[in-house]
Design a protein around this ligand. Structure first.
Ligand code: CP
Length: 305
């Protein structure tokens, strides 16, 4: 039995196989329509979600399986004081695989330690969001036809942004990736990440102004300033509109730059950008379904000929 807590739980060769499978699902959805007949996915979400929870539910339904779960800690027995360890022991009696989101970093790891079924980390606090990273990598691979040799700018909340932390961890394993971190001083990428990049001799820059680096980017990964991670409302209000990608700024970018965003968006990408052919964030949401279908099949050990 295998869990996924971090994108590093898969080797790059395993990721290639996963992405090949996701692309095959994209091209031949009927072939997979009954692959999970009789299987049940539990979605245990202690924190709000639209994309991750619903794309998992869509993925399992499209594979012929069924879904149970809760979308709010208050509607589960966590509100009565039940531990994650006890909850997953019980969920193991009801389902074949579980996707869990939790505000506490490491909670899905605790679940995995007490589980009889595969557990997928669907986001834990400001720590990791591996299935978003699988989505991001599949989107880049499908739209750029490679996962190496490019400059990626990560912009916004790089301190609390778990999607950013997971994506950097995953990308350092590919050749010739250069990182440009674009954030206000208060939301800089954590030191453990820059230390890791220095140790691995991977080039990176930290800048404040997006406009200054826009012409260099092959991929721009925008992120939201996350109100729910701030201790102080004043700091959130001061920083929330620090970056707004609009058509004026986009005029500085390469013609084939890819704009990604894990979503939800607030103000950081102006709606006028949505019509630009470089805007790939809604394609990204679609790839999220294919990659989660591939992940469910892989973790359940189901092959389709
Ligand atoms: N990208 C993402 O995790 O979105 P949700 O919070 O809506 O799941």
């Amino acid at each position: 039995m295998r869990h996924i807590m971090s994108p590093l739980d898969f080797t790059t060769e395993e990721l290639d196989k996963l992405f090949d499978l996701a692309n095959d699902i994209e091209n031949n959805p009927r072939k997979y329509a009954h692959a999970c007949d009789g299987k049940i996915l539990a979605t245990c979400f202690y924190e709000p979600s639209t994309r991750t929870r619903l794309s998992f539910e869509s993925a399992m339904t499209r594979l012929g399986g069924q879904v149970i779960g809760f979308s709010d800690a208050n509607s589960s027995s966590a509100s009565k004081g039940e531990s994650v360890a006890d909850t997953i022991r019980v969920i193991s009696c009801y389902a074949d695989i579980c996707a869990m989101r939790h505000p506490k970093e490491g909670a899905p790891i605790v679940a995995a330690e007490h589980s009889r079924i595969p557990v997928i980390n669907a986001g834990d606090g400001g720590h990791q969001h591996p299935t978003q990273t699988l989505t991001d990598l599949l989107t880049i691979r499908s739209m750029k036809h490679k996962l190496n040799n490019f400059t990626i700018g990560l912009c916004g909340d790089l301190k609390f942004g778990r999607t950013v932390h997971s994506l950097i961890d995953a990308l350092v394993r590919y050749d010739s990736i250069r990182f440009i971190f674009i954030s206000p001083e208060e939301l800089r990428v954590p030191d453990y990440i820059t230390e890791m990049l220095k140790e691995k001799n991977i080039p990176y820059e930290e800048v404040i102004r997006l406009e200054n680096v826009m012409p260099e980017l092959d991929v721009l990964y925008m992120t939201r300033v996350q109100r729910e991670r701030f201790f102080n409302e004043e700091d959130y209000i001061r920083l929330k509109d620090f970056y707004i990608l609009d058509t004026d700024k986009l005029a500085l970018a390469k013609e084939d730059m890819l704009i990604l965003h894990p979503l939800p968006r607030v103000n950081e990408i102006a709606v006028e950008v949505d019509n630009d052919p470089r805007a790939a964030y809604f394609n990204q949401a679609q790839y999220g379904v294919y990659v989660r279908m591939a992940l469910i099949l892989t973790l359940l050990g189901i092959t389709v000929e």
